[in-house]
Design a protein around this ligand. Structure first.
Ligand SMILES: *[C@@H]1O[C@H](CO)[C@@H](O)[C@H](O)[C@H]1NC(C)=O
Ligand SMILES: *[C@@H]1O[C@H](CO)[C@@H](O)[C@H](O)[C@H]1NC(C)=O
Ligand SMILES: *[C@@H]1O[C@H](CO)[C@@H](O)[C@H](O)[C@H]1NC(C)=O
Ligand SMILES: *[C@@H]1O[C@H](CO)[C@@H](O)[C@H](O)[C@H]1NC(C)=O
Ligand SMILES: *[C@@H]1O[C@H](CO)[C@@H](O)[C@H](O)[C@H]1NC(C)=O
Length: 665
């Protein structure tokens, strides 16, 4: 009964309208309405039409006519949308309010004020009419010169798609169309447009429609701009500064070509340290920017920073910048490490195995922040014995990575397994020799060298005396001294770690012997020198005596002193260099004594100093006036004889006075 009532009302309305249409010729008629479902599974039907008018308070009413019955239905929802200068109106109706299996004529009447306009009529069986929504979320990518378009699939298994495209930048290029069926794979429809140019950008439109529905309608177009492919990696320049354990890396790069920048480009920067969360933890290891410059911070360890450009069609190959590790100068054995300890939020560790003193990046053991004690101990168990590690401790300070410690570490030390290399001796002399050697490779040291033990063995094999000393582990050259000339030494050198001594390198030293000819030469030299010195002394004495005639020492006769024994003992030492004759007074005190001794007599002490009985030592050269000695040289003998007084002869030599009795008396 309701239906009949509704129909009656509908008819009344139509009659009223028809009368009004004639009056109101000023309004614009809406387009013919399209009524459909968006896919065959839904129970909501949509009617849509467009009007040219800008009048917004225009009132639209949809009319459905089944056979002779015309009716209106209260819509479940309405919308208005302005698309390219036209107003698109939509109304939604529930399936239960329509006769969807019957053919229906549908039109729209637009009213404004006293005027109304009627659209052309559409005839449709509603449940056969399917119009998909315009393709959504179209993604594009290049595969060579083919363009791959894909978008979200509707519920249907298959669809008919139409693609329209135009190369951008050249307005003369016509639009080209391409229709194809597409399968729903992974809820996606996909179309590949072949033979485009990947270095150009395109404007592309896509629409689709159902294949299954008996009365399919094309969906609206969706347009997308496809930029050129980002074929090449960016050319990235790097500048870096190292300070306080942080490497500040500034990257700059050229913008991408304009065709690839259509629709916008973003650059994403990723570094291996950030992505590993060592030491600064970040949720997202990528950083996106639209600038062509970026400054980032890494620790003193090596890092790879990649820069990738993204546009709507995809991404460029990564441009990888290798930030080299800052070489650690002057590495020392570690004093304290965090081995086997729980790590905090801001600390991470790296243990590089060293090979020939260089870290092997492929063998690095990394402990990230928040490592538990158990994990740390597990890593400790993995570490090798007797292998030198470079220990690096990083911290995240004020959200910046920073290297706070670098040092050398052995889990356990061992004794060296090889001897110092190229152990040689050179510049050997009589008593010294130089030794030189090369340090053993780090891998053979197996511990920190504390010192070298240098031993020297001397003598025959059985009867060796071995003498060792410790020398600094930093030496590569040593001078041995105090060796015996012409001797053979067996020298050995071994490096020592805390765990013990390694094998020794040996070298034989033969010191230069003292040659015989040399001995003779030195002896000869010594002899000639002595001879010369004697000669010189003699000449000097002679000259001295001529210039400064000797002064006699007074003779103090003392019979007690002129014992024959004395004379005999001391005569051997006499050398007469010069004679001086002196006249003695006839009644001298010493006359008796002189007569008693009869011959040349010695006067004086054994020390060769004239004996002075008067204790007047200050006057060694003094002349006793009482004795009135007058002295003359032997050349003046004749004059001497003429002296009226009796004389005695005195001989002086080297301060010794000889008393001589004259025969003339
Ligand atoms: C609309 O019609 C009514 C009477 O039918 C009339 O009074 C009114 O003036 C008209 N309005 C316009 C804008 O023509
Ligand atoms: C488009 O697809 C992506 C994933 O492919 C999704 O994250 C995004 O939300 C989608 N956008 C729309 C508008 O559906
Ligand atoms: C950086 O990349 C190179 C190869 O390109 C690789 O050998 C090296 O291990 C990487 N370094 C880091 C710190 O990831
Ligand atoms: C050498 O050093 C070791 C260890 O320090 C020490 O035990 C030894 O006595 C030293 N030898 C000499 C000769 O100084
Ligand atoms: C030198 O000494 C080492 C051990 O100290 C020994 O092995 C070597 O045979 C010796 N060489 C000679 C020539 O005596």
């Amino acid at each position: 009964m309701d239906f009949v009532k509704a129909s009656l009302q509908g008819w009344t309305a139509v009659v009223m309208l028809l009368t009004m249409v004639s009056k109101a010729a000023t309004c614009e008629a809406p387009s013919s309405p399209q009524c459909f479902r968006t896919n065959s599974a839904v129970s909501v039907y949509t009617c849509e039409w467009s009007t040219d008018t800008t009048e917004s308070n225009q009132n639209n009413q949809v009319y459905f006519r089944y056979g002779n019955l015309t009716r209106t239905v209260l819509p479940a929802g309405t919308s208005k949308e302005r698309i390219s200068g036209r107003i698109w109106s939509r109304q939604w109706f529930r399936e239960e309010e329509l006769f969807v299996w019957q053919r229906v004529h549908i039109w729209v009447i637009a009213r404004a004020g006293n005027f109304s306009c009627t659209s052309p009529t559409t005839s449709v069986i509603l449940n056969q009419s399917v119009k998909y929504e315009a393709p959504k979320n179209i993604s594009v990518s290049w595969m060579g010169n083919d363009l791959n378009l894909s978008w979200r699939a509707e519920a249907e298994q298959q669809a008919l798609a139409e693609v329209s495209f135009q190369m951008e930048g050249d307005a003369a290029e016509p639009w080209e169309n391409k229709s194809t069926t597409t399968n729903n794979t992974d809820n996606t429809y996909q179309v590949i447009v072949v033979n485009l140019q990947k270095d150009s950008s395109y404007r592309v439109q896509v629409r689709h429609q159902s294949i299954k529905a008996p009365n399919p309608l094309w969906s609206g177009w969706s347009s997308v701009t496809v930029p050129a492919e980002l074929e090449h990696p960016l050319e990235v320049n790097m500048r870096k500064k190292c300070r306080d354990g942080t490497q500040t890396v500034t990257l700059t790069w050229q913008p991408v070509p304009p065709a690839a920048a259509v629709g916008g480009v973003t650059y994403s920067i990723e570094d291996t340290q950030r992505c590993h969360g060592c030491p600064c933890y970040t949720k997202n290891c990528f950083i996106n920017t639209t600038n062509t410059k970026y400054t980032t911070f890494v620790t003193y360890s090596a890092a790879n920073i990649s820069v990738i450009a993204w546009n709507a069609a995809g991404k460029s190959p990564p441009a990888v910048v290798h930030v080299r590790a800052k070489p650690a100068a002057d590495l020392k054995p570690c004093e304290k490490t965090l081995l086997g300890e729980k790590l905090g939020k801001q600390t991470c560790l790296e243990w590089y195995e060293l090979e020939d003193g260089h870290p092997k990046p492929e063998s690095v053991l990394t402990l990230l922040a928040r490592t538990t004690k158990a994990e740390n101990l597990k890593m400790k168990a993995e570490m090798k014995d007797h292998v030198r590690y470079l220990y690096i401790e990083h911290r995240c300070v004020n959200r910046r990575p920073q290297t706070v410690q670098m040092c050398l570490f052995y889990k356990t030390e061992g004794a060296p397994i090889s001897a110092p290399e190229d152990f040689i001796t050179f510049s050997e002399t009589h008593t010294s020799a130089y030794l030189s050697w090369r340090a053993i490779p780090t891998g053979h040291q197996r511990g920190f060298l504390t010192h070298y033990v240098l031993c020297r063995a001397n003598g025959s094999w059985q009867n060796e005396t071995k003498e060792c000393r410790n020398i600094s582990a930093s030496l590569l050259k040593y001078r041995l001294e105090h060796l015996t000339p012409g001797a053979k030494y067996n020298i050995s050198l071994a490096s020592v770690t805390r765990a013990g001594e390694g094998p020794a390198a040996t070298v034989i030293i033969n010191t230069v012997p003292q040659k015989h000819s040399n001995v003779l030469l030195s002896l000869g030299l010594l002899l000639s020198f002595s001879f010369l010195s004697v000669l010189c002394t003699f000449t000097f004495k002679r000259v001295k005596n001529r210039i400064l005639p000797p002064v006699p020492t007074p003779v103090i006769p003392d019979s007690a002193k002129f014992q024959p024994e004395h004379q005999e003992i001391l005569q051997g030492k006499e050398v007469v260099h010069k004679l001086t004759l002196c006249q003695l007074p006839p009644e001298g005190k010493s006359t008796e004594a002189l007569e008693a001794s009869e011959e040349t007599t010695f006067l004086g002490g054994t020390d060769g100093v004239p004996v002075d009985t008067d204790d007047d030592k200050s006057d060694e050269s003094g002349v006793y006036e009482e004795n009135a000695l007058r002295c003359t040289t032997d050349e003046n003998m004749t004059d001497l004889e003429q002296v009226e007084n009796e004389i005695a002869m005195l001989i002086y030599r080297n301060g010794l006075v000889f008393d001589v009795k004259t025969d003339s008396g």
